[in-house]
Ligand binder design. Sequence first.
Ligand code: BGC
Length: 779
Amino acid sequence: MQNDIDNMGSMITLAAEPWCIRERAIDPARRFLHETLFTLGNGYIGMRGTPEEGSHGRKDTLEGTYLNGFHDTEAIHYPENAYGLARINEFMLNVPNAKRIDLFVDGERFALDSGRVEAYERMLDFRTGLLTRSLEWTSNSGKRVRIVSRRLVCMARKHVAAVEYAVTPLNFSGTVRIVAAIDADVTNLQAGDDPRVGSAISGPSLQLVERRLDASSQLVLQRTRHSGFLLASATDAMLAGGKQAPVSALEGGHAFDVDAGQGQTVTLHKFIAYASSRDMLEAEVADFAGAEAARARTIGFEALAAEQAAYLAQFWDEADVGIDGDDALQQGVHFNQFHLLQSVGRDGKTNIAAKGVTGEGYEGHYFWDTEIYVFPFFLFSRPEIARALLQYRYNGLPKARERARQMAHAKGALYPWRTIAGEECSAYFPAGSAQYHINADVAYSIRLYLLATGDFDFIAQYGAEIVLETARIWIGLGSYDRQGRFCINEVTGPDEYTALVNNNYYTNAMARMHMTFAADVAARLRAERPDDYARVAAAIGLEPVELDAFRAASSAMNLPYDAELGIHEQDDSFLSKKPWDFAATPQENYPLLLHYHPLVIYRHQVCKQADVVLALLLLSDQFALDDKRRDFDFYERVTTHDSSLSSCIFSVIAAEVGYRDKAYAYFMETARLDLDNTHANTEYGVHTAAMAGTWLGVAYGFAGMRLDDGGLRFAPTLPYQWRAYRFKLHVRGALLEVAVDAGGADYRLLQGERLALAHRGKAFELNATQNSIRMGDLA
Ligand code: BGC
């Protein structure tokens, strides 16, 4: 029978609805992309939005289930070797597909690609956290059924997910067979031509240890080939409705056979749990997963769904960025916030991958994306998650120390450019390990954490050790030139189209901030908590002269500036390079990295992403507004924005220097980047840094927020296209709401005793007596 869904054209996009994404038909051209967009996750489990019934041999699909941080390793082979290159790649594993359900209607297998599908709708609701699909299907022999499935990955239960699968015969009474399976025959994508996708894998990573099948439960135990972790995938299923035959055990699952009357609904509930020895003792893994699935079954799907909605209600209450006047944009903003929550590890052992838990792009690696892009969103909406992200870096110190020694640093710790469990996994060092700025990025986020929370306990316990150990690398790496300037040579800044340079402005400026902060933290610790100071100093062998060295290097830091152009030079050589010929570059040659040898790119004046422009934001108070404008003008002309981390930063600075149209245009590129697949690779996962960049664009960009030693301040603007916008911030023990409309800005203290802040240079305080204020003058 001819299948309707293949004839529906290929331009069916998602309607602009603020709180959900909904597809009303399957568009074959967007199917792969939508698997990513409809992913469910809880910071640990990630389940791509593939159908329960599988994809039956289709190639344009990635049947992916991931566990944040759960990885195998492979040796990295270099045809031409060199000392100190990264040796081991850690990559996030595709784990068994435990949501798998197969349906047979009077013996005929249901598949979206066979028979006739009608009344199809699928929706991911950001407020309930449920992925719901409903459709009617007519089998090749004319039997018509309604199938409604609901799926969730529990936000409040790290290890648990659940599926409800309801089938109703519409024009017949007969046998319905539902098979609840665990598909353990899964592998990761193999590396291809695109360096951003796939892993170089020498063979299957998950090796079967044992498979158990009891009356209603199943368990698959596997061991990873190289990393040696034990993984349990468990399910517990039950069926309601119809006249049921005894459940039969099949290879890989349970078959529930039911005599279903016309109009009678048969419902399968399947409860899923994953656990691994990354989180617990090996001996506990199987029992834990089995018990979690059984407990979920006892709780029941409805109660889990209610719990999920309650969790999300609280999240949105504090995190929601509301924009009046543009539904498509509001949808993008909510979608991004929702996916960030779905992606972020919160246990101190995991972090947030560049693609979250939605796909295999960048192999599940964590980058600086976390500290510089994602961290502020969580810091101001869910500070405890931000703290867990820092905790992850603390736990990574031992490996970072090892890496520092490999890189010939006698002291200190050097964080890996990309990693899961702390190993440096960057096989291409010019655009990887050479990005030493990662150390300063981590320090920056600790400084921001302290500014936003005032939590010096955390600094005393963990933060100081990170900041001091990582600051030491600058002293080992840098040196004084003949003019007495402190120089940092042979590094790569954020812009990956310029590699291995001397005195990258961003790196030097951030290293200066880092060393000053390290010396300040040490001084405060010594003054306020001498015992903690003594403990940290003893643990890392810190000598007071090192603090002097930090201050001296900071004040002598070489910060390249071109007086003639009045701009900060990206590095010593950038301005003498040949400008890239943009006029002669056809549109299809972007991103440049897929069309030109790295050397061709490196020897030109061309940027992949914000570099100096990012420093203008992070170190905002160190620049005059005119400098910012000139830097923006210059670097905008040479930047391709081939990295998804770029537009949001340009948007923020455009807003600050008064380029309102540009601020809006760059913001729009970020806000719907994944929904509209503008980087053409969302199939392999969402772009979490850009998603968080949307939040930066609203708070730091349009609302002009800054938080540094000068305090918390705003300089709001209202984009012409909007009627109003609002967001909340947890800051210094208070919950603040900022609401901007055409007539001005309202600042409201929703929780907390008092908060000092400023609006366009005018300082004021909110407190119990005056808990809100309206400022009529927008920037
Ligand atoms: C960017 C990096 C980023 C990485 C992961 C690259 O394309 O250039 O800055 O860390 O993607 O998102």
